[in-house]
Write a protein that binds this ligand. Structure first.
Ligand code: SAJ
Length: 404
């Protein structure tokens, strides 16, 4: 029996996937409301393919509870928030889950940490808990997730995985467990290598995006088309530049590079520079809005609309979203509460002047700033005809569209 602890963006799909592939699974979360929702047959966030997977898992007998269970394998996927200023991950929820599960764990149980952690967290924060509890019989494993929000279900099935374990045989056993659904290749290694590799993957992407963002700034300064330049450069067999955008949000690409900067400040110079470039993008977009408004003779900020609040397309997650960063910055500079905001994926009220109806939003603005490339907009792009458009995602090809 597997007990998945923490039923958020990673824990829930993982638990559902295991259950729907014949593994006995109980999902545990301390949030009673969340468990209540799952028990009543509803999913707790929107993600392509999640509803179908949920139905399969329920049919297969998955259970949801607020209590930690006796199980031979625990998968911990609780949240690991990070501190905005120190950029350090707070492993308190992982530590507390481990402490609690040790009370139920039978001798020799396997403990898999899936939560996003910074390199060294297992040695620094998890091992001491096992030692203090006299439970060094528990087998430690780190299986960092790699799935991308927006395509999680597909990627859970097909991505290659990394398993870090103290004991290779235990690592192989956990590999077998994931192989119940995962068709990708799984590499078994040690825990520290698994921790660092995960961080390196996200840092690589952050650096590549920063390069694209820097190119966007260079091209803007000298009136060149960054998208055409990247498109052509990427035809080279060994070049693959990502896309510039309004900034880097989410809980991973925007956070993980800081771990290497924090641990190796004198060495991780390029990474720091990349992070700084990415962090400067929301401010850069604000400058572009000012330029475009001047160019188009617009003066009324309340007739400007921001399309998109989430950190990227087709997800409902707003963590570290560039749009929120822009709104905060406007607020700090006494220009808050003026622009209109709309996001089809965000149904709760989050910011001032937020609309829940696309047409009503459009009728109240003269200029639309595209900040997220949701499919909803791509499918209704003609509705932006007649508006001044600043497109930071390169998805609008109406004549006269302004770009990053
Ligand atoms: N972005 C750009 N330009 C691009 C690609 C992304 O500006 O060309 C922006 C996005 O708009 C978003 C941010 O970067 O704001 C991050 O989005 P993302 O789609 O690149 O990545 P995440 O954070 O959703 O998921 C990443 C993935 N990591 C890698 O691709 C190396 C995923 O596989 C990981 O599982 C996930 O982090 C995680 O949880 O660590």
């Amino acid at each position: 029996m597997v007990n998945v602890i923490g039923l958020g963006y990673i824990g829930l799909p993982t638990a559902l996937m295991l259950a729907s592939h014949g593994i006995g699974v109980t999902g545990t979360d301390c949030n009673e409301e969340l468990v209540g929702t799952l028990r009543s047959g509803r999913t707790t966030f929107r993600e392509k393919g999640l509803e179908e997977l949920f139905a399969d898992a329920v049919k297969a007998g998955i259970r949801f509870t607020t209590e930690i269970q006796e199980a031979d394998t625990y998968i911990v996927s609780v949240q690991t928030p990070y501190d905005k200023f120190s950029k350090k991950v707070d492993p308190a929820a992982v530590v507390s889950a481990v402490r609690d599960l040790l009370k139920a764990a039978p001798e020799g149980a396997t403990l898999v940490i899936e939560s996003t952690i910074s390199p060294g967290t297992i040695d620094r924060s998890v091992r001491p808990v096992l030692k203090d509890a006299g439970r060094e019989d528990v087998q430690l494993v780190h299986a960092p997730e790699r799935i991308i929000p927006g395509n999680m279900v597909y990627e859970l099935l097909h991505n290659n995985r990394t398993i870090g374990a103290d004991d290779r045989a235990v690592g192989e056993r956990v590999k077998e467990l994931y192989a119940s659904f995962c068709e990708g290749e799984t590499v078994v290694t040690d825990i520290r290598t698994a921790e660092v590799t995960k961080d390196v993957e996200n840092t690589f992407r952050a650096v590549n995006i920063a390069f694209a963002n820097e190119l966007a700034k260079i091209c803007r300064s000298d009136n060149m088309d960054v998208y055409e330049i990247i498109r052509i450069a990427n035809k080279h067999p060994r070049v693959n530049i990502l896309s510039p955008g309004p900034g880097v949000g989410g809980h991973c690409i925007s956070v993980d590079p800081w771990f290497l900067v924090g641990d190796y400040p004198m060495l991780a110079k390029m990474i720091l520079c990349a992070r700084t470039t990415n962090d400067s993008m929301p401010e850069f977009v604000l400058g572009r809005i000012r330029d475009v408004m001047q160019q188009e003779g617009l003066t009324d900020l309340s007739r400007v609309g921001f399309y998109g609040l989430t950190y990227k397309e087709n997800v409902d997650d707003v963590r570290e979203s560039p749009t929120l960063q822009m709104l905060e910055s406007m607020d700090r500079h006494l220009a808050g509460g003026q622009v209109k905001v709309y996001d089809p994926w965000v149904t709760r009220d989050l910011v001032p002047n937020q609309y829940h109806d696309f047409d009503a939003f459009l009728s109240d603005v003269d200029m639309v700033v595209i900040l997220v490339g949701h499919s909803q907009l791509r499918e209704h792009m003609d509705k932006l005809k007649g508006k001044v458009v600043l497109d930071t995602r390169h998805i609008c090809f109406l004549p006269g569209t302004h770009r990053l």
